[in-house]
Design a protein around this ligand. Sequence first.
Ligand code: PRP
Length: 208
Amino acid sequence: MLNIALPKGRLGDKVYDLLAGIGYDCSEIYDDNRKLIVTNEKSGVCYLLVKPSDVAIYIEHGAADIGIVGKDILEESRPDIYELLDLKLGKCNMCVAAPESYIEDLDRPLRVATKFTNIAKNYYISLNREIEIIKLNGSIEIAPLLGLSDVIVDIVETGTTLRENHLKVFEKIMPISARLVANKSSYKFKNAEILNLVTKLEKELADK
Ligand code: PRP
């Protein structure tokens, strides 16, 4: 039996469809309930429905064998787990954005609002630019509109949130997509099961 941590939400739904398509189905997942653990003995899977930002924590602690997590979260928290496969789903970019008319003042530290404090720090260290971080938990785009920050470091998918708030991308930091990850001991002790799933997934992705 493989315990799979699935991020709840849009990405999780897409990933589940992909896994179900290659034989790891669990019809109970579609039932109208609030169950967080659903199992299908026949397919040999147990899905754990967790918050996307917590997937890597379950994997690192061995509460799940494998899971699906965004590259943004892997870069931000650098968990001690294996990254096995790029699923090419949930594609977006980690960007620096600011109001359309923004002009940087190089004589003072840049005020950066973000959820991704480590990604932002590492990025500006690489540019040798002094910054002040303002850690927020969501609706990051509002920060420069209120003068709380100069720029934001955040995920841009369709660009709609930026456009509707008169912000624009100034720099792209890195492309993001969903990754299949594994707990290190599970990878050793459930190696055949995990590799079997990886091989099927690779084939499915190549055929798409
Ligand atoms: C994310 C991200 C942006 C938005 C980008 O927010 O932080 O705000 O999506 O998507 P778009 O380019 O397609 O508009 P999320 O919806 O996760 O909510 P949050 O504000 O709570 O972070």
